[in-house]
Ligand binder design. Sequence first.
Ligand code: AMP
Length: 398
Amino acid sequence: MSAPVLVINSGSSSLKYRVVDAERAEALAVGLIERVGDPKGGRLTHTVDGERHARDVAVPDHAAAMEAMTDAFAAYGPDLSTLDLVAVGHRVVQGGARFGRSVAIDDEVVATIEELADLAPLHNPANAAGIRVAREQLPDLPHVAVFDTAFHLSMPAAAHTYAIDRDVARKHRIRRYGFHGTSHAYISREAARLLGQEPEATNVIVLHLGNGASACAVRGGESVETSMGLTPLEGLVMGTRSGDIDPAVVLHLERTAGMDVADVDDLLNKRSGVLGLSGHQDMRDLVAAAEAGDADAELALEVYCHRLRLYLGGYTAVLGRVDAVVFTAGVGENSPQVRERALADLEVLGIELDQQANEERSSAARDIATPGSPVRVLVVPTDEELEIARQAIAVVGG
Ligand code: AMP
């Protein structure tokens, strides 16, 4: 029996949508509306049955974007009214300390998502706006919120607490929340399946390395540590984000370089990471430049992989026993060079990479450790939309 779910990711200037058949783990239609809110107009692309349709659309706001989406389904298919959708699953970035799991959306849930906007000012208002119009336009379907942070709410206090004045932290809800939770949940479960083990009996370190990147230590199916914090800026080196730095760098820049809050925000989130170090944001370009002898690119790659190794060591200490290190997302799934540099000489941690398996190109989930490696090394393609669809079904099904 098929169980299609409409998955919606409503961003500040875009609306991504996908109809996912969760039973068959396949997408029936995929769409993207860009430049929502741009008075000059936006662009819609809608792919169904391998055919890509594109057109200009007037999308001054999220309501217009949602209408453009319904029009696209009517024009190009599949027909939403005959699909028997079981739910609409909404991606929400910040669930705060309130949401430790996916929930059925009611007015109070929408209000809480809006109320958490101070923690995710770029994302939660756009997520909530998308939910409001989707509930208006598809009132007969159950709507479910799936939070990027929820998987990490299981982190123990020692892992999620910043060592700052407790009253200040409490008043401003400052703690580590973590992100990419949908991906970490999906990948840790898929990894257990690949290992032939129950998730409840499996310990893994997941490295979600995309343009944004985070590590997660998963013990028995629960997140016990992750590298992103109050915001997605903390942790690993990313495409354009610095990851961990001494917070005094911010003070120094404000005191001595004449930079204000917006300047530092822009510097650390958009002009740092491997882009800031080398001029290359895309890992393919960075690796090619490093291999061609570009010293800045070489250093950027070394800084990126050095940070990964620090986290691997730390998370091994946290978990005690590690069954597998799992690579996922754009870089993790596709860059043998990053995997090789990150795992070189880690026999001390029980990690032995099979060079040949690492270099073989494949889009399948696979084990690339040597036969004798005590810790397995897995590459598992992530599928956040499928996970959102599955969670929506789990909520709707009770
Ligand atoms: P994501 O955020 O998961 O979509 O990942 C996007 C990033 O993956 C891009 O910015 C690239 O740096 C990286 N990427 C995609 N394809 C490849 C590839 N074939 N080799 C290395 N890196 C890749």
